[in-house]
Design a protein around this ligand. Structure first.
Ligand code: NAD
Ligand code: DAU
Length: 335
């Protein structure tokens, strides 16, 4: 099987490529990535010379480049490529529409013209909006995105749905909760707090710190997508999550305790505009239909992740320069 992985140089995409090359060495992987600030080929050093791995530098919204890739033969598309950070979408929404809506449409069009056995759209629980104190997101929860990021992801998802309904494209959409693990860019809550705590910098918590996210170890997300590629019923949506709801303050306190740093580093700052209060995934469908089960529990997963950041300080200190420094200055000025 020739699998086109878009956004394979990012956090989840690179973990997915490493996972697939271990699990299915007979498959071929083509990684199409624009190498935005979030793309890092260093994550894939261990496989870059493997004969069944090819990297193509390009934008999923570039029709000519996408066409070139499909001409080489593609059986399955797994679309990870996206602008992924909510705070950046509040500062500059346009890039999110280009990558997450237009880019998805260009890929869908190529998949339709050349024919594929499966197009998997890697989406997010954020398209469902925010939960109250009770209830969980199921696959039939109405879409109600609240940020430019989640609205652009929902736009991509609706195009995927339309290409299935209108053109019969064999698609699946996966909607996963918050991932954590190795190679996550240090703008996201867990790696940001680890790296700042290690430098004894203040830890900015938005609002009252009681917003809830449902955390899943990245490898468990990868194993779910692998199952969806092979066994997902055509046209279906699958929610992915491991029943691990935690408040943000709990996450930060866990990190501080593990690193032996004081809680006096915590700073409550102005809230994120449109900040979703709570996410929680009901994973019954993927569990019962496809037999998926996460392998990692949060307590050990978070410890392993903290250890990974301690062991790979060079990886994230190299990132924390240039354009990233400018973003941090803009994002946290006045907070
Ligand atoms: P990331 O920001 O770490 O990586 C995104 C990758 O996509 C980068 O390598 C970047 O260079 C590439 N990219 C961006 N725009 C592109 C374009 N136009 N053409 C080609 N490549 C492009 O993101 P991530 O956290 O790994 O998320 C991957 C996917 O999973 C996204 O679609 C995101 O919406 C979804 N998702 C993420 C989470 C999470 O917790 N991180 C949870 C659920 C779903
Ligand atoms: O739910 C899945 C989504 O999870 C993915 O679709 C997104 O791509 C991914 O970025 C993530 O979105 P969140 O907004 O939930 O993740 P983030 O790490 O940005 O924030 C997690 C929570 O922590 C959120 O409630 C905001 C809060 N936060 C975040 C940062 C960066 C803070 O309190 N302080 C911070 O500095």
């Amino acid at each position: 099987m020739r699998i086109l992985v878009t956004g394979g140089a990012g956090f989840i995409g690179s973990n997915f490529i490493l996972y697939m090359m271990r699990q299915h060495p007979q498959d071929e992987i083509i990684n199409l990535d624009a190498l935005t600030y979030a793309g890092n080929l260093e994550n894939l050093k261990s496989v870059e010379n493997e004969p069944n791995y090819t990297f193509v530098h390009g934008d999923i919204a570039d029709k000519g480049k996408v066409d070139e890739v499909f001409k080489g033969g593609v059986d399955v598309v797994v679309n990870f490529a996206a602008e992924s950070h909510v705070d950046r979408s509040i500062l500059e929404p346009e890039a999110f529409v280009n990558a997450n809506v237009l880019g998805t449409q260009v890929l869908l069009d190529a998949a339709k013209r050349y024919g594929v056995t499966k197009f998997v759209q890697v989406s997010t629980d954020e398209v469902y909006g925010s939960l109250g104190e009770t209830g969980l997101f199921s696959e039939t929860t109405p879409l109600a995105p609240n940020s430019p990021y989640s609205a652009s992801k929902a736009g991509g998802d609706l195009l995927v749905r339309a290409y299935h309904e209108t053109f019969g494209l064999p698609v699946n959409i996966t909607r996963c909760s918050n991932n954590y693990g190795p190679y996550q860019f240090p703008e996201k809550l867990i790696p940001l707090m680890i790296s700042r705590a290690l430098h004894d910098e203040s830890l900015p918590i938005y609002g009252d710190g009681l917003n809830i996210r449902d955390w899943l170890y990245v490898e468990d997300h990868c194993s779910a997508i692998d199952l969806v590629i092979r066994q997902g019923r055509i046209g279906e949506v699958y929610n992915i999550g491991g029943n691990n709801e935690r408040t943000n303050i709990h996450i930060v306190q866990t990190i501080l305790k593990e690193l032996g740093k004081p809680e006096s580093l915590i700073r409550y700052v102005e809230d994120r505009p449109g900040h979703d209060r709570r996410y929680g995934i009901d994973p019954t469908k993927i569990t019962e239909e496809l037999g998926w089960k996460p392998k990692h529990n949060f307590e050990t997963g978070i410890k392993e992740t903290i250890q990974w950041y301690l062991n790979n300080k060079e990886w994230w200190t190299r990132i924390q320069s240039g354009a990233y420094r400018d973003y941090m200055a803009k994002q946290y000025s006045g907070r």
